[in-house]
Design a protein around this ligand. Structure first.
Ligand code: N01
Length: 580
């Protein structure tokens, strides 16, 4: 850590925010409005975060835009009109720019600046922060708005550096765009980024070869202009609409049903799944209450989607390869597409199943599998992210006693409420691991976190308190509660990025909080109402209030009777309930 700096002698600022995506932008606006001295450091050259970096063809949001937009300012809400049901990336970026301009945010954002280190100075009760520009600064509160899917995995392939063609990553797409006309293109990966870009690249390229290791479930977006009835339902009372969205498990309105697939007649199941498939997007996830926990119920949805793949793909052998078999429906992040499966009917598109012919590496001309050499003018890597922890543990982050976050998280990310980490005072994460984040509509989760953190800073200031820190006991209790929330579901059964399974050597742990945004919001509210339960609050080195327990768990909603044996069984097997 550098010791000399132009700003070393200056007063520490109240809050330094890392990242100028939607989270960092709103955090800045909120804190400034409350009279705090705050600024943002951003690695990119503009605002927008995810929507700044992921400019690949076909990138668009897959929560409806009416819900995937800020609700904190009524005028902003009224002024902005989305052009499509699921806005494309350029429009989302324009929206981010619009928000930055409207609230004059850029004057407090330093672009092209990456935070490399942050060390807690116990004596001064400040964070000492360093950047890749060699600057050092000090802040009372450090707020990481670094995004859950912002650092691409370090995936490398043998011979990659010998390949003579062009290489593109979906998550670092050139700002000027790429024209694939007349080109032979290969793409590795079949996650959301690939599933969105493949249909567009196929239209441009002379030949597109898709290298698939694991097929995913994808539902049609049925994108288009926002239906007038949907817009009117939103416009008649956007506040109420938004409140209803927040009061859901996923932070968006998805018509959750309490019906059990296993207790419903086959023709009724089929009609309901068809109705939701026709509506599009994630709507099918809410069709039955038992699909997330009961393998039998899940199989019904799996078979329905497999049937849809067969309907869309002309060649039965290709349809078979595109059908997921190794994970239950919904246990990896499902995708939302526009013409993905039908793209495999094009004469210029080929699917390579890497389970049948494993990828051996790159050659000067292209990609080599165990079966064949493929020649390409360009290769697209849609290989995913070091999710949830990647952006945080790439910072040399050290808390009390110089403890590194990487060491603290050696067994997986441990947090209290996904907001704070024991031993790291005045460090906040927005939509961090341990919070609902990626399982929800991110904007609603971001707003809830920003508002919680802002309220916390106001409370500290009013009481002249200098630091807040999660107690180790509360952190442990939150981790246990998070495990209890996810264990009854089948979510941990997939090799997903939720589990850290896509990064070799990363500890396996289900990272987001699976208890639902509505439940989580209520827990956060109760924690505050109990005087910041589970937090240690100090003034200088004096402990002013110390609450070590975490008890704020709302009673679970009524659990349907036929799910109880499955849920109890899984909790017992995991040692979370005493076996009878
Ligand atoms: O990444 P992914 P993504 N050899 O991890 C494959 C969000 N998102 O960027 O499954 C061969 O899903 C890997 O194969 P496998 C969304 O939350 C949102 O697509 O590990 N293949 C997989 O197929 C999403 O879930 C939106 O066997 C390799 C693919 O690469 C998350 O971001 C849009 C490989 C990676 O898929 C991540 O999506 C886009 C290798 N060595 C993204 N390494 C919207 O909101 C990896 N793969 C619309």
């Amino acid at each position: 850590m550098a010791t000399s700096s132009p700003s070393k002698s200056a007063q520490p600022i109240d809050a330094l925010i890392v990242g100028a995506g939607f989270a960092g932008m709103y955090m800045l606006h909120k804190l400034r409005g409350l009279g705090f001295n705050a600024s943002v450091l951003e690695a990119g050259s503009g605002v927008g975060g995810t929507w700044y970096w992921n400019r690949y063809p076909g990138a668009r949001v897959d929560i409806q835009s009416l819900e995937y937009s800020f609700g904190f300012d009524e005028e902003l809400e009224k002024d902005w009109r989305w052009s499509e049901r699921y806005a494309p990336q350029p429009e989302l970026l324009k929206y981010a720019e619009h928000v930055a301009e409207r609230f004059d945010l850029k004057r407090d954002i330093r672009f092209n600046t990456r935070v490399t280190a942050a060390h807690w100075d116990e004596a001064a009760q400040v964070w000492k922060v360093e950047t890749d520009k060699g600057e050092a600064m000090r802040c009372r509160h450090l707020i990481l708005a670094t995004g859950c899917l912002s650092i691409p995995t370090d995936v490398t392939f043998p011979g990659l550096d010998t390949y003579k063609g062009d290489i593109y990553r979906t998550s670092r797409w050139p700002h000027e765009g790429v024209d694939f006309s007349g080109k032979r293109v290969g793409i590795i990966g079949t996650g959301s980024s690939a599933i969105q870009s493949i249909p567009i690249i196929a239209q441009q390229a002379e030949q597109l070869t898709v290298f698939q290791r694991t097929p995913n479930y994808s539902m049609p977006a049925h994108n288009g202009p926002i239906p007038e009835a949907d817009f009117q339902a939103w416009a008649k009372d956007p506040r109420a609409y938004r409140a209803a969205s927040r009061d859901t498990v996923g932070g968006f309105q998805n018509e959750p049903s309490e019906a059990m697939a296993t207790a419903t007649a086959p023709e009724e199941i089929h009609a309901e799944l068809e109705r939701r498939w026709a509506w599009g997007g994630f709507r099918i996830l809410g069709a039955f209450a038992d699909t997330a926990v009961d393998p039998e119920a899940n199989r019904i949805v799996q078979e329905f989607v497999a049937g849809k793949i067969r309907q869309q793909v002309a060649d039965p052998a290709v349809a078979e390869k595109l059908t997921p078999k190794d994970h239950p429906f919904g246990t990896k992040r499902p995708c939302v597409d526009t013409g993905y499966y039908a793209t495999f009917n094009r004469p210029n598109v080929e699917l390579v199943d890497l389970r049948a012919e494993p990828l051996a590496g790159f050659t000067a001309e292209g990609i080599k599998t165990s079966a064949k050499d493929y020649a390409f003018d360009a290769v697209v890597l849609a290989t995913g992210f070091d999710a949830m922890t990647g952006a945080i543990d790439r910072i040399d982050l050290r808390g009390v006693g110089g403890r590194r976050i990487k060491d603290h998280w050696a067994e997986g990310p441990r947090t209290y409420l996904g907001l704070m980490v024991a031993g790291f005072p005045n460090l906040f994460t927005i939509t961090g691991p341990g919070s609902p984040s990626v399982l929800t509509n991110m904007i609603n989760s971001i707003e809830q976190h920003v508002e919680w953190i802002a309220d916390c800073l106001v409370s500290l200031k009013q009481r002249q308190q200098t630091s807040i820190e999660a107690s180790p006991e509360a952190e442990a209790a939150w981790c246990r509660h998070s495990t209890e929330a996810v264990t009854p579901t089948m979510l941990p059964q997939a090799n997903s990025w939720y589990m850290g399974a896509n990064v070799p050597g990363k500890p396996r742990m289900f990272m987001p909080y699976a208890g639902g945004l509505n439940t989580y919001t209520e827990i956060c509210r109760q924690v505050v109402a109990k005087g910041y339960e589970g937090f240690i609050i100090r003034q200088g080195d004096r402990v002013l209030s110390e609450s070590r327990a975490f008890t704020s768990q709302p009673a679970p909603g009524e659990i349907p009777e036929n799910l109880l044996p499955i849920i109890m069984g899984r909790l017992m097997a995991a040692g979370l309930l005493p076996a009878e």
